[in-house]
Design a protein around this ligand. Structure first.
Ligand code: IVH
Length: 677
C-alpha cells in the first residue's frame, strides 16, 4: 500500500460507519427509521467507494460487509462455553401450574415466584459472541454442546448488530455471549417463495425451514439475500456485568443495541402468565412472524441458579405450547412402513392439505390399536393436526361425512417388504418384522447410521442407501467401510467425482466419539440423549460387552427398558461381529482414555492463515494421529493456535483469550519434540 491514508479520510470512514450502524439499528432493530432509504443508500455508496479506494480501511464490522463472503467448504464446529439447552413443554394450564408448584417445592416454599413470559419464536436458535463489543462469532445450537460456526452468514442479518452500542449501555462487557432465535417473517417467506417459484426452484415448506435453510448456506452471499431477522432472549457467558433478573438482562441487551421482542412481559405471576398465554394465542394469527408457544422463565437469576438444569433442560423454564393447527382432509390410502427396528407403522396418505403453511400429505397412524380406537378407514374424512415440527397425525374421523363406501384396513400378517413373520410382543402396541435382515430394516438402519448426529457421512442420502441395499452392496452398516470407488461408480447418478467425494466422506467419518458411535448403532430406545448418558458413564466401548443391566440402570435417566435393549444388542454375536468388522476397517472410537494414549492427547489446536510446508489437511492429520483435536474456532479450551501467512481474526481472539500461539515451525517442532519423548 503506497498510499498513506490521511487522518481526514479515516475520520470520514468512521463517521459514515457510525451513522450507518445507527440507521441500521433504527430501521431493523427498532423498526423506527430516522433517515430516508435514499439517504441511507447514498451514505452506503459513499462508504463503499472510500473502502474500495483505501482497502486497508476495510473492516469485518463495517456496515458494507453485510453482503456476504465467498463460500466455505464446510462449517467448522465450536463448543458452546455453556451448553445451549432445550425446554420442557407444557400443553395446558394445569401443566403450567404444576411447573410453578415444582419450582416452589424445589426451593422449599419460596412464596410467590415471579416470571418472565416470552413469545416462543419458531426459528433457529443461535449464539452470538461479542468481544469488546464486536461480533466475533456466531454459531448454531447444534446438539447443545457443539454448534456450527455460521459467523459469515449471521453478519449478513441486518438486525444483528456488528458492533454493540457503548454510549447507551454505559459499559461494554469484554465478552458477552448472546442467545436468540433467527427467523423469517411470514411476508419475507411469501416473497422468498414467490421468487423461487419464478426461478422454478423448490419451495420452502414454512418460514422455519426457510430460515434454517438460509442459515445453512455455505455461501453467505446467498444468506445475505434472505430476509432473516433475530430476536434475542438470553445470554451465555458474560463478563463484567452482574444481572439480578432475566428482565434486567433483557433491558441491558436492548441498550447494547440488540433486538428484543416487545411482547415480553416481566415480572409477572404464574396466573398472569397463563392469562397472557391466552391473549398471545389470540394475537398470534395477526403477528407478522410465527410463534409456537410462550416461554415462561423464572425471573430471578439467583433462583434460576438454585434450580439448575437437567442435562436436557433448565428447571426454571417451560415452553407453554399453543394448540396445534388443525384442518380436514381425506384418507386416500393406508400404507405400511417398516422402520429400522422392524416396527410396522401404518401411514395414511392424505389428500394434500395446507396446515399452518405446510402441505401435509401423510399422517402417522402409529399402530393397529390407534387405527381401531379412532376407527379410521380408507376414504374417511378426517381432522388432521400438525404441531410445530411434530409428524402430522389424525385427530379424529368426521363421522358425518361417512358414506358407507369406506374400507376397513387390516394390518398385514407378514412383513410387506420381506414376507417374514410379524409378531406383537407382550405389552406392546406395535407389530414387528422379526427378520433383522429385512431390506427395509437394513435400509433404515443404514440411513440412521449415516445421518447427522451419528456417523454424519455427507452425500450418503436416502436414495443412495436404497440403491446400495437393493444392489447388495450394503448388507449392514459395516459394509459402508469396504465400499470402493469402482463399486460406487456403477450406481445411478454417481460420477467419478461424487464417488471419490463419498469415499472421502466415509474415510473422514471413521474417527468418531463413543457417544455418537453408540447412537449410530440404532439400538432400540437409544436416542442421542440416552447414548450420551451411557457413554458418559461407561467411558469405554469395551465396557458395553460386559456391563450388567443393573449397572446400566444405575445411570440416571436409564431405565429397565433401555437397559434390556442395550443388553440384548450386545449379547447378540452378529452385532459384535459387525462392530469388529467396522473396527478392522479403520473405525476409531475415541474416548478420553484413547486420547490419553497419543502425545497430543486432549490438546485442541486451531489453524489460521496458510501454511507453507504443509497443507491444512496434512497438519490436521498430524494432530489427529497424535490424538490431538482440531477445532474450528478459538475458545477458552483451545491449547494452541497455529498461524501461517495472512492469519485471520482467530489470531486476535487467541491473544485476547491467552491461548498459546505458535507459527508453522513451532508447530513442527512441537510435534517432533513430542514424538521423541
Ligand atoms: S430459552 C435454556 N426463549 O426454543 C432456555 N428459547 O425448546 C432455552 N426458543 O432452542 C432457550 N423462543 O430455539 C428460549 N423466548 C425464547 C425462545 C426460545 C424460541 C426456542 C429456542 C430453543 C428452543 C427450546
Amino acid at each position: 500500500m503506497s498510499d498513506s491514508i490521511r487522518p481526514q479520510i479515516r475520520e470520514k470512514v468512521e463517521k459514515l460507519r457510525k451513522i450507518l450502524h445507527w440507521s441500521n439499528y433504527r430501521y431493523y432493530v427498532l423498526d423506527d427509521p430516522e433517515i430516508s432509504d435514499v439517504e441511507y443508500d447514498r451514505l452506503m455508496q459513499e462508504l463503499n467507494q472510500l473502502e474500495k479506494r483505501w482497502p486497508a480501511l476495510l473492516a469485518p464490522d463495517s456496515p458494507t460487509q453485510r453482503v456476504g463472503a465467498p463460500p466455505l467448504d464446510k462449517f467448522e464446529t465450536v463448543a458452546h462455553t455453556l451448553p445451549m439447552l432445550s425446554l420442557d413443554n407444557a400443553f395446558n394450564d394445569s401443566d403450567v401450574l404444576a411447573f410453578d408448584r415444582k419450582v416452589r417445592r424445589l426451593l422449599k416454599d419460596a412464596g410467590t415466584i415471579y416470571y418472565t413470559a416470552e413469545p416462543k419464536m419458531d426459528g433457529v436458535a443461535v449464539e452470538l459472541v461479542y468481544e469488546s463489543g464486536k461480533l466475533v462469532m456466531a454459531s448454531t445450537r447444534g446438539d447443545g454442546i457443539r454448534g456450527e460456526v455460521i459467523t459469515r452468514n449471521v453478519r449478513t442479518i441486518r438486525s444483528v448488530p456488528l458492533v454493540l452500542h457503548a454510549e447507551r449501555s454505559g459499559r461494554i462487557p469484554r465478552i458477552i455471549e448472546v442467545r436468540g432465535e433467527i427467523f423469517i417473517s411470514q411476508e419475507g417467506f411469501r416473497q422468498l417463495n414467490q421468487k423461487r417459484l419464478r426461478k422454478s426452484l423448490p419451495l420452502f415448506a414454512n418460514p422455519r425451514n426457510a430460515a434454517a435453510g438460509s442459515l445453512r448456506q455455505l455461501d453467505s452471499r446467498i444468506t445475505a439475500k434472505r430476509p432473516l431477522e433475530i430476536f434475542c432472549y438470553g445470554v451465555g457467558r458474560v463478563t463484567d456485568i452482574v444481572f439480578e433478573s432475566h428482565h434486567e438482562m433483557l433491558e441491558v441487551l436492548k441498550k447494547l443495541g440488540l433486538r428484543v421482542n416487545s411482547l415480553i412481559r416481566s415480572p409477572i405471576t404464574i396466573e398472569k402468565a397463563i392469562e397472557y398465554h391466552k391473549e398471545l394465542d389470540e394475537k398470534r394469527r395477526k403477528l407478522p412472524y410465527d410463534i409456537d408457544g410462550m416461554v415462561i422463565k423464572v425471573d430471578s437469576l439467583a433462583i434460576q441458579h438454585n434450580l439448575g438444569a437437567t442435562s436436557r433442560s433448565p428447571r426454571w423454564a417451560v415452553a407453554y405450547k399453543f394448540k396445534a393447527v388443525q384442518e380436514t382432509s381425506r384418507v386416500l390410502d393406508i400404507e405400511i412402513q417398516v422402520g429400522r427396528t422392524g416396527i410396522l407403522t401404518p401411514v395414511a396418505h392424505l389428500k394434500p392439505v395446507n396446515i399452518g403453511g405446510v402441505s401435509v400429505r401423510r399422517a402417522t397412524l402409529h399402530n393397529e390399536d390407534e387405527i381401531q380406537r379412532k376407527d379410521i378407514r380408507i376414504g374417511d374424512t378426517v381432522l388432521v393436526q400438525r404441531a410445530g415440527d411434530v409428524i402430522p397425525e389424525i385427530v379424529k374421523v368426521i363421522d358425518a361425512k361417512r358414506t358407507g363406501e369406506e374400507k376397513i384396513f387390516n394390518m398385514p400378517v407378514s412383513c410387506p417388504v420381506c414376507g417374514s413373520e410379524v409378531i406383537r410382543e407382550k405389552g406392546e402396541a406395535a407389530l414387528r418384522c422379526i427378520n433383522a435382515g429385512c431390506p427395509a430394516q437394513v435400509k433404515e438402519r443404514i440411513k440412521h447410521f449415516a445421518a447427522k448426529g451419528a456417523f454424519d457421512i455427507e452425500g450418503m442420502g436416502d436414495k443412495l442407501v436404497d440403491q446400495m441395499v437393493n444392489n447388495g452392496y450394503l448388507m449392514s452398516y459395516a459394509d459402508i467401510f469396504i465400499l470402493d470407488k469402482e463399486k460406487l461408480q456403477t450406481l445411478e447418478r454417481m460420477g467419478p467425482k461424487s464417488a471419490v467425494n463419498l469415499i472421502n466422506a466415509i474415510e473422514n467419518s471413521k474417527m468418531i466419539n463413543f457417544r455418537r458411535f453408540l447412537f449410530s448403532l440404532g439400538i432400540r430406545h437409544v436416542g442421542e440423549h440416552v447414548a450420551n448418558l451411557i457413554a458418559g458413564q461407561l467411558k469405554k466401548m469395551d465396557r458395553l460387552y460386559s456391563v450388567t443391566p443393573s449397572e446400566l440402570e444405575s445411570i440416571e435417566g436409564v431405565g429397565p427398558v433401555v437397559a434390556e435393549s442395550v443388553g440384548d444388542f450386545f449379547s447378540k454375536k452378529e452385532n459384535r461381529v459387525i462392530i469388529d468388522r467396522m473396527i478392522t476397517a479403520g473405525v476409531k472410537i475415541t474416548t478420553p482414555e484413547t486420547r490419553e494414549a497419543g502425545v497430543l492427547a486432549g490438546k485442541i489446536f486451531v489453524l489460521t492463515g496458510s501454511l507453507k510446508q504443509l497443507t491444512r489437511n496434512e497438519a490436521k492429520k498430524m494432530i489427529e494421529s497424535a490424538d490431538g483435536k482440531v477445532g474450528g474456532a478459538v475458545t477458552r479450551n483451545t491449547d494452541y493456535l497455529v498461524y501461517g501467512q495472512a492469519p485471520g481474526s482467530k489470531l486476535e481472539r487467541a491473544k485476547i483469550l491467552g491461548v498459546k500461539i505458535i507459527d508453522e515451525q513451532g508447530f513442527q517442532d512441537l510435534i517432533t519434540d513430542n514424538l521423541m519423548k
